[in-house]
Design a protein around this ligand. Structure first.
Ligand SMILES: Cc1cc2nc3c(=O)[nH]c(=O)nc-3n(C[C@H](O)[C@H](O)[C@H](O)COP(=O)(O)OP(=O)(O)OC[C@H]3O[C@@H](n4cnc5c(N)ncnc54)[C@H](O)[C@@H]3O)c2cc1C
Length: 429
């Protein structure tokens, strides 16, 4: 018999979560950990290892340590290099950024294949007893009964589910936004950029004289910076697998999708005249493993919660991030962790208070961090090369303690009462 995973005593709070991405899974695990009763509905009928590289900063990877067995299961599949080598587009070496200092002070980052990391987290949710139902496509959100009522959803096959609180974690095309905002709101604007992305076995990388050094010593991380283009390549799993992403100008208007096929010849046009290492990496990419992901902008939402404060948008449903923030998945996880903690603080009778406090705790932090995605991209794409050769470290990623050396769970417990009082004061005044 396996030992049950520890959790707080039952709170009798019913939480219904829609979407089993990192936002929904984290919310489910953390709510279960705090003793709430959880039902998670996911529209996909099975778990596909979709996507490619994804990053979790120390601010979110710390949660993996709180979930028994998860860090150990992640270890063999995650990236091990703590150095990032920057090059100019033509191959001239510029600088190396080391993450060792922060690694020691703030904890360990986690980078790896989205599908593989997702599977580990999903299996942990199931193992600890979260009721996960796959193949349940939610088509409608509702709230009933005013202040003392409930929130709920309806699935495509007509089944209704209700709970004390509903978390809409269904990603960028959230149906929950309709209930929260009162209008249909998915009006993404083209950002003017797209990302070619891939992940493949590194055998050919090892056989090619121009690329062998990328995998010779196991994992590595390299970036090439050009005008309006950057190309990042990660060797992973002891240098046996390779992932690269190439962010570039794009005026196309096709839909955003993690599975939209890309064309090798289009990438070669973007990196024409670049370092032969980059060109070779592109040429050896299996065409069927190349994807073209359009980056779109969405204006910040005015609110993440419904007027009755029983439905909350979390993760990408509330705040999609640009990849250059390197915080999209981390902020999605922080949402779930903070919500579970707020519900724990408030108790069954005060679920709406918990949801309102949660929004207030999250809103400003999320939007401040969202902005870093734009600033990093501009720092690279509009680089002044005369200035960079004088100060190569100006290319380094900004690693800020207020973002990364941050425990969202501890902060939620510490700030809950003050935020609640501020909200009460605002309502009274
Ligand atoms: C297929 C896929 C591949 C991705 N690959 C990468 C990657 O390689 N690198 C990267 O940085 N980020 C990737 N992302 C995005 C990244 O996972 C998110 O930006 C981040 O982790 C926030 O996650 P989220 O849970 O808010 O949203 P998502 O990860 O988008 O998860 C939303 C979940 O909700 C489910 N869902 C949607 N609508 C409904 C509905 N009506 N009813 C029930 N369930 C529903 C979806 O199937 C999905 O499982 C990918 C996302 C997806 C969906």
């Amino acid at each position: 018999m396996t030992t049950p995973i520890p959790r707080l005593p039952p709170s009798n709070i019913k939480v219904l979560i829609v979407g089993a991405g990192f936002a929904g899974l984290t919310a489910a695990i953390e709510c279960h950990r705090k003793g709430h009763s959880v039902l998670l509905l996911e529209k996909s009928p099975d778990l596909q290892p979709l996507g490619d590289i994804i990053s979790f900063g120390q601010n979110s990877s710390r949660f993996f340590d709180k979930w028994p067995g998860v860090r150990k299961a992640l270890d063999p599949i995650t990236h091990k290099s703590e150095e990032f080598h920057f090059h100019a587009w033509d191959g001239r070496f510029v600088t190396t950024q080391s993450f060792w200092g922060e690694h020691q002070a703030w904890g360990q980052r986690v980078n790896g294949h989205r599908g593989e990391i997702h599977r580990v987290v999903f299996e942990h949710a199931v193992a600890r007893g979260v009721d996960v139902r796959l193949g349940r496509n939610v088509v409608r959100y509702f709230e009933e009964g005013g202040e003392g009522g409930c929130a709920g959803v309806e699935t495509e096959d007509g089944e209704r589910f209700t709970a004390d609180v509903v978390l809409a974690a269904e990603g960028v095309r959230s149906r929950g936004r309709r209930l929260v905002l009162g209008v249909e709101d998915d009006k993404p604007l083209p950002s003017g950029y797209a990302v070619f992305r891939t992940w493949f076995a590194a055998d050919e990388v090892r056989e090619n004289d121009k690329t062998r050094h990328l995998v010779a010593d196991g994992d590595s991380h390299n970036g090439w910076i050009g005008e309006d283009v950057h190309f990042l390549a990660a060797a992973i799993k002891g240098g046996t697998e390779m992932s690269w992403v190439c962010t570039h100008k794009d005026e196309g208007s096709i839909e955003e999708s993690w599975q939209f096929p890309g064309r090798i010849e289009d990438v070669l046009r973007v990196v024409e005249g670049w370092d032969p290492v980059v060109v070779e990496l592109v040429k050896m990419t299996p065409p069927e493993r190349l994807f073209d992901y359009k980056l779109v902008f969405r204006d910040p939402l005015p609110t993440f919660i419904s007027p009755q404060a029983r439905t909350a948008l979390i993760g990408d449903a509330a705040h999609p991030f640009l990849p250059t923030s390197i915080q999209g998945a981390s902020q999605a996880m922080e949402d779930g962790v903070v919500l579970a903690a707020c519900l724990d603080k408030a108790g069954k009778g005060q679920v709406q208070e918990a949801v309102r406090v949660w929004e207030r705790i999250r809103y400003e932090r999320v939007h401040k961090i969202q902005q870093t995605g734009v600033s990093t991209r501009e720092q690279w794409h509009k680089a002044d090369w005369d200035a960079i050769w004088k100060d190569p470290e100006s290319l380094h990623l900004k690693r800020e303690a207020w973002i990364l050396d941050f425990d969202a769970e501890a902060d939620a417990y510490a700030s809950y009462d003050a935020v609640r009082e501020r909200l009460a004061g605002e309502q009274a005044g």
